[in-house]
Design a protein around this ligand. Structure first.
Ligand code: ADP
Length: 485
């Protein structure tokens, strides 16, 4: 496993946290148990000392000066197993001792003796006597406010220490074993959880522009990894779509240029077959020029769009009078519409509407729309340009869908009484080179790029463009641009 891998890091964190928890828990357990066991010993020593003291001071006591064990048994029916008892006089001189002590004497320090002479009980742990640690209570017995005897009772701490040592050994063995097991388990879990990530990486490595149709197998469970896979698959889909668009665009662009070139070639070849009159040459050259103009329009439009794509088209935005621009355009385009006897009129243009925009581009946008209106409307038709102000609520952003603000727009509706656009074509006509009727568009000198340019200009002005249309009745192109007031 690589040290920098996520697997390693996850396992390490897991083991580290578990380690800290287990060690804290074990320390707490050990300390609590040790304290409780020692307290138990002290409590027992204290109760026994109380008993011995009260029994030895009672006038009816059978507590004599014989064998202390027998005395205890006889007087209190008590067998203080594992306890060593020793009685001292007030000066610290050792008197009677329990039999089990044989020759051993319980030690008493000067300080303890001093405490006892002041009536203070002292607990001490001694390790000096053999290997057995002893807990000793030094208990002064008072009679008439005077310390008359000192009782010392010792209890072996062997059992307590044995129990604690056993616990320590169990903990020392079990904590590292648990950590080892946890690290193996953690590795297994991390491996299992991250396996799909490897699959994603593998698929991603295999994907090139040639096989963008490949997808990562989705997981059955819906978790973070499955969301990652979904997102990744969506990304590949978008890439696939973009690549297909580029391919389509290249094919369309070459096709668009090929048609006028083929016509040009054909015309020149026919012209060269035999000698022609001057007027025939002029006619052929005029037709050639028409094709050349068409090609240069396509190339110009393509260049413009590719510049727009890479952000090279700079807009020179200033406050412009939209009413005036459209008025001027209407007058100019009316001349162009005359041969087809199409009448262009404007409505609702009393008010001056200002927007922040690039005058040249805005002119181009509406010129394209009116030009299309003329191209796709039969003789004697009508084009109407309606201009108005509109207020609409706009969602501020995807993060705040409830947060809406009022936006004021200039709305321009360019309607015609032309051939109309079917429902399925309505979205597509804004795509590059898309034309409903190629022959008709070509015949009108169209390149299929006009509306994509219009869309780009509208969006570059934070506006939008869409179409409403009924086949055979006419179309209305609606442009909304933010007002500048
Ligand atoms: P073109 O140069 O072919 O006119 P556009 O991008 O301007 O290219 O338009 C794309 C297609 O949308 C046109 O070929 C035509 O089929 C359709 N179209 C555009 N404007 C209109 C309109 N006013 N009425 C009907 N169809 C239209």
């Amino acid at each position: 496993m690589h040290f920098r891998s996520l697997r390693f890091k996850l396992t390490l964190w897991y083991v580290l946290i578990l380690g800290i928890l287990l060690i804290s828990f074990s320390t707490l357990l050990y300390l609590t148990l040790s304290k409780s066991l020692h307290r138990d010993v002290d409590n027992k020593l204290r109760s026994l000392a109380d008993l011995v003291a009260s029994e030895s001071s009672s006038p009816s006591s059978k507590f004599g000066f014989g064998n202390i064990d027998q005395t205890l048994e006889a007087s209190m029916n008590l067998k203080p197993m594992g306890k060593f008892i020793q009685v001292l006089d007030e000066s610290g001189k050792i008197g009677r001792r329990s039999e089990n002590m044989k020759d051993i004497q319980l030690p008493i320090s000067l300080q303890t003796l001093k405490n006892a002479s002041h009536g203070i009980i002292t607990f001490e742990t001694h390790r000096a006597l053999g290997n057995t640690p002893l807990r000793i209570i030094t208990y002064p017995v008072k009679e008439n406010h005077q310390v008359t005897r000192i009782i010392q009772i010792a209890s072996s701490l062997e059992d307590v220490e044995d129990a604690l040592n056993k616990l320590l050994i169990i903990l020392i063995i079990s904590v590292p074993s648990a950590l080892l097991a946890a690290s193996l388990g953690g590795q297994f879990l991390a491996n299992k959880a991250l396996k799909p990530v490897d699959r994603i990486a593998q698929t991603a490595r295999m994907i090139t522009s040639k096989n963008l149709n490949q997808r990562i197998q989705p997981l059955k469970v819906k978790d973070e990894i499955s969301r990652l896979i979904e997102t990744f698959n969506e990304m590949i889909s978008r890439l696939d779509q973009s690549f297909n668009q580029i391919k389509q665009f290249t094919a369309d662009a070459s096709h668009e240029l090929k048609t006028p070139l083929t016509i040009l070639k054909g015309e020149v070849e026919v012209a060269l077959r035999k000698k022609r009159s001057d007027s025939e040459y002029t006619q052929i050259l005029e037709s050639n020029l028409e094709e050349i103009n068409r090609m240069s329009k396509i190339v110009d439009d393509l260049l413009w769009l590719s510049k727009a794509d890479i952000g090279e088209i700079r807009l020179h935005k200033e406050q412009i009078n939209l009413t005036k621009i459209i008025q001027e355009l209407t007058e100019q385009m009316s001349l162009l519409a005359q041969p087809k006897k199409i009448h262009i009129q404007t409505t609702n243009h009393q008010e001056e509407i200002h927007i922040l925009g690039d005058a040249l581009r805005i002119r181009e946008l509406f010129l394209n729309l009116i030009d299309n209106g003329i191209k796709y409307t039969e003789e004697g038709g009508q084009i109407n340009i309606h201009l108005l102000k509109e207020t609409s609520l706009q969602v501020k952003g995807p993060l705040f869908p409830m947060d809406k603000k009022e936006m004021r727009f200039a709305k321009v509706v360019v309607s015609d009484t032309g051939i109309g656009i079917s429902n399925e074509d309505r979205e597509k006509i804004f795509n590059r080179f898309y034309r409903v009727d190629k022959a008709r568009s070509r015949g009108q000198g169209g390149s299929g790029l006009g509306l994509s340019i219009c869309k780009w200009i509208a969006e570059a002005h934070q506006g939008e463009i869409f179409v409403e249309s009924e086949l055979g009745k006419g179309s209305s192109f609606i442009v909304k641009l933010p007002l500048h007031e």
